[in-house]
Structure formats: C-alpha cells, structure tokens
Write a protein that binds this ligand. Structure first.
Ligand SMILES: [Fe+2]
Length: 222
C-alpha cells in the first residue's frame, strides 16, 4: 500500500487569487493523492486481472487511472510549489536561459501565455536533455503530452477548475495573476538540480560511454 501524504503550501503568499479558489483546487489535488495510494495499493497478481483488452478491461481501467492520478499529483505539487513563497522577480540562471532560448524575457512571457491559452490542461516550461534547451510544452490533461526525461521547471495549471471561481472565463487575467506569483527561486532550484544531474552524467561518461545514451545528448566537449 502506497502512503503518499499531501504536501502543504503557504497560500497566504499568493496575491490576486482567493483563499477559497486555492483551497478548492487543493482539495482536487488531495483527491489525486488518495487515488494514487489506492491504485498503488492494488494487487500485482497478474491472474487477478482476467483477460486484458484495449477496449475495456480491468487492467486498462487501472493503467489509465494510474497515469492520470500520478501525473495529477506531480503536476499539482510543482504548480503549487512554484506559485507560493514569494521571490517573484525573475533572476539567476533561469533568466539567462530564457534570454538565450526565447530571445527575451518579454517574448518568453508572451509565448508562455500563448501556450496557456491554447491548451486545456497545462503549460510547462521544461529543459530537455536531448538539446539541453528550454521548451514550453502544452498538455490537454494530466496524462496527455508528457515528455519522457524532460525536466519540468515551471508549471501552469490552465484547467478551468484552477481559475473559474475567481476569474470566470477570463483566463488571460488568471495567467497574468499567476505570472505575478511565480516563485523564481523555486524555478532556479529545479534548474540547479538539472545541472547537477547533468554534471554527474558527464563524469559518468568517462566510466561508461553508453550510460548517458539515450537520456542525455551531449556534445564531445561537454
Ligand atoms: Fe488543477
């Protein structure tokens, strides 16, 4: 039986989004935690699933629910973490990478907002080991559009449940409010972890050249 416990967040630091909206959103998150515990607590006895089928079967239901719930937990944890705690001024390594990969901070914001308006679930700023560059991925649901081995740095929830109580259909205003609440220190800390892993991978290459493939695409001089 899995025993995940919902994480706590200091919603009192969030400006422009009501406590009620945030608390109702948090309730949805705790529901995903409960479901992950339930799903990961189910039997792995293969015979208990009967015959599997891609249209309808016990195993299919479990696997669809599993990715939805697990991604729902992870995405909400990163979202709540990167919108609480202050530190709202973009700075440090992430700002440098944004300017490198998106021309300017202002252009990045416009691009990020545009992805948030285009999708039904999530806008995700990530750094990908394939090219070691920033990308904004879009997702229509927790379990749709995930990119394997990509490291998420900044998560924006654009499900209607994230803003409808406060903003109605004005998603643009919600996204602007979210951007004003981004904790850039959290984003920078995630980037630092990526760089630490990358450093380890580079050092491992001298021991075992195959160990970094295909997760990391590094040039010979890295
Ligand atoms: Fe959400």
């Amino acid at each position: 039986m899995a025993n995940l416990v919902p994480k706590k967040y200091n919603f009192s630091t969030v400006k422009g989004i009501t406590k009620k909206q945030l608390e109702e959103h948090y309730k949805l998150y705790t529901g995903y935690v409960t479901k992950v515990n339930e799903i990961w607590g189910t039997s792995v006895d293969a015979k208990s699933f009967g015959e599997s089928n891609p249209t309808f079967s016990k195993m299919r239901s479990l696997k669809l629910g599993e990715t939805y719930a697990v991604d729902g937990v992870k995405l909400h944890q990163m979202y709540f973490e990167n919108m609480t705690g202050g530190n709202n001024k973009p700075t440090g390594g992430i700002l440098n990478l944004i300017k490198r990969d998106f021309k300017s901070y202002e252009n990045f914001l416009e691009y990020f907002k545009s992805v948030g308006l285009a999708m039904r679930g999530w806008a995700i700023l990530a750094i990908d080991p394939l090219d070691n560059k920033l990308h904004v991925f879009g997702s229509d649901a927790h379990d749709v559009g995930a990119v394997w081995n990509s490291i998420p740095l900044l998560i924006l929830d654009v499900y209607e449940h994230a803003y409808f109580m406060d903003f109605g259909t004005d998603r643009k205003k919600y996204i602007d409010t979210f951007i004003g609440n981004i904790n850039w220190q959290v984003v920078n800390d995630r980037l630092k972890k990526y760089n630490m892993i990358k450093t380890v991978m580079v050092s491992l290459r001298t021991l075992d050249n195959t160990s970094i493939y295909p997760i990391w695409n590094l040039s010979d001089n890295e």
